[in-house]
Design a protein around this ligand. Structure first.
Ligand SMILES: [Zn+2]
Ligand SMILES: [Zn+2]
Length: 157
């Protein structure tokens, strides 16, 4: 196991975990994901093994398009729709329904910003998935409350 567990200072019930491809073996799926205004971003614009993907509106100065990412934690599979991907470009990541940008909560190791996709309709930073604004950067994080996390890590193998 090479999962990096980092405790966020001052929040003892909170975990911040860098998502690695190893996580994919646990077959954890994002079942809920919301923007700041409570819109669900799980849609059938693209499906991954029959599960709805996380749909994001991408904006740069010259164009707008959609990115759908796999809901399987650790899976880097993603589909761009009507968007010319320029690797390395920094994009604004917005809700596909209300176009509200997802809020920045941290800096990515690549130097761009991480934005929070909320896994609870309460839109708390303690429960979110962090993804990088830089196209081609696959760094992502899972922030969760410890009790929830311990529960969901139960394994039957
Ligand atoms: Zn929205
Ligand atoms: Zn990055």
């Amino acid at each position: 196991m090479s999962i990096n567990w980092l405790l966020l200072g001052g929040h003892q019930a909170q975990k911040r975990e860098v998502i690695t491809e190893e996580k994919l073996q646990s077959q954890e799926v994002v079942e809920e994901c919301y923007c700041l205004n409570g819109h669900s971003i799980l849609t059938d614009k693209a499906e991954f093994q029959g599960k709805p993907g996380l749909t994001l509106k991408l904006k740069v100065s010259t164009e707008e398009g959609l990115l759908v990412i796999s809901p399987f934690i650790g899976d880097h599979d993603r589909t761009f729709i009507d968007f010319n991907k320029h690797v390395g470009e920094i994009v604004e990541i917005c809700c596909p329904t209300c176009s509200e940008p997802f809020p920045v909560y941290n800096v990515c190791p690549c130097g761009a910003h991480l934005v929070a996709l909320f896994t609870s309709p309460k839109a708390q930073f303690s429960q979110c998935i962090g993804i990088c604004q830089r196209l081609g950067c696959l760094h992502s994080e899972l922030l969760s409350e410890r009790d929830l996390r311990l529960y969901s890590r139960q394994s039957y193998f």
